[in-house]
Design a protein. Structure first.
Length: 267
C-alpha cells in the first residue's frame, strides 16, 4: 500500500469511529433516561442531594442548620458561631457524618468561630468530601464525578488522527532521514507544530458541538425541596446563619472597600 493510500485510511477510520461513538452516546442516554424514571424509589441522602443540586459548600450550611436546631451551636449577633454545653453530651452527638464533621472543628476552636473560616480549617473539607464520595458509591451511575468516557474517546480519536497525519506529512518524507541529525530534529519540530495546528481547533470544535451527557441526577436533586433543617429555620435564625456564613473581618472589609474605590466604584 502506497503512502497516499495510507494517508486516505486515517480520515476514513476517523469518519467510521465518530458514528460508532454517536450510537454509544445514544444507547447510554436511553439507558440513563430509563434509570432516571426510578429515582423516586432511591434513598438519596439529603446532604448528597444538596451537594449535587447546589455547590458543595452549601452542604456545610445545611449541616449548620441541623446543628442549630439540635441546640449544639448558636449564632451571635456579630456573626460568630459558638458551641453550646449540650454539644459535650455524647447522647447529643449528630448521627450523620456531615454535621459531625462540621461540629468537630468548632469544638476544637474552643472559642467563637465564624462559619466563613471553615475552609481554612484543616481536615474539614477533606472529611466532608470523603463523606460525599461515600454517598456517590450508592448511586454510581448518577455521580457528578463520573466522567464522560465517550467525549474522552472522541478527543483521543482526533488526537491520534492528527498525530498520524502530521507524521505522514512530515517525518515519513525521505529527505528528513537522509540528511543527518539536523533535518530529523527540524522535521520532528515541524511535526509537533503541524499536529498542534490541526489538533487544537478540531478538539475545540468537538468540545463545542458534541452532545453533552445529561446529568439527570442533578436535575432530579434540583427539583427536591430544600434540606429539612434549612426549611425549619425561622427568619431570624436564617439571617444569623447567613451572617456567620458570610462573616468577614474588619481588615477584609477595609480591603474590599479599598479595591472598590481603586477600581472606580465598579468592576
Amino acid at each position: 500500500m502506497s503512502q497516499t493510500d495510507l494517508f486516505l485510511v486515517a480520515p476514513a477510520s476517523a469518519r467510521a469511529a465518530f458514528p460508532v461513538l454517536g450510537v454509544l452516546w445514544w444507547v447510554r442516554d436511553r439507558a440513563e433516561r430509563s434509570a432516571a424514571a426510578g429515582l423516586d424509589t432511591v434513598g438519596i441522602d439529603t446532604y448528597h442531594a444538596v451537594g449535587t443540586a447546589r455547590r458543595t459548600s452549601h452542604v456545610g450550611k445545611a449541616a449548620a442548620a441541623e446543628l442549630l436546631l439540635a441546640g449544639l451551636i448558636r449564632f451571635r449577633d456579630d456573626g460568630m458561631t459558638e458551641v453550646t454545653d449540650r454539644a459535650e453530651e455524647s447522647a447529643a452527638a449528630p448521627g450523620h457524618p456531615v454535621p459531625a464533621t462540621l461540629l468537630a472543628p468548632l469544638q476544637r476552636q474552643g472559642e467563637p468561630f465564624p462559619l466563613s473560616r471553615l475552609y481554612g480549617e484543616s481536615g474539614y473539607k477533606r472529611r466532608r468530601d470523603a463523606s460525599l464520595r461515600a454517598e456517590d458509591l450508592e448511586v454510581p451511575r448518577w455521580s457528578l464525578r463520573t466522567r464522560d468516557s465517550i467525549a474522552g474517546a472522541a478527543c483521543v480519536t482526533l488526537l491520534l488522527f492528527t498525530l498520524w497525519a502530521s507524521v505522514q506529512l512530515v517525518l515519513l518524507r525521505q529527505e528528513y532521514w537522509t540528511g543527518g541529525v539536523g533535518p530529523i530534529v527540524g522535521g520532528a519540530w515541524c511535526c509537533l507544530v503541524l499536529w498542534a495546528f490541526m489538533a487544537v481547533p478540531l478538539v475545540r470544535l468537538v468540545g463545542r458541538c458534541r452532545p453533552r451527557r445529561r446529568d439527570r441526577f442533578a436535575a432530579y436533586c434540583r427539583r427536591l425541596p430544600a434540606h429539612p433543617a434549612e426549611r425549619a429555620l425561622s427568619t431570624e435564625e436564617r439571617d444569623r446563619l447567613d451572617r456567620s456564613w458570610t462573616w468577614r473581618s474588619a481588615y477584609e472589609r477595609a480591603k474590599d472597600e479599598e479595591s472598590w474605590v481603586d477600581s472606580g466604584g465598579g468592576f
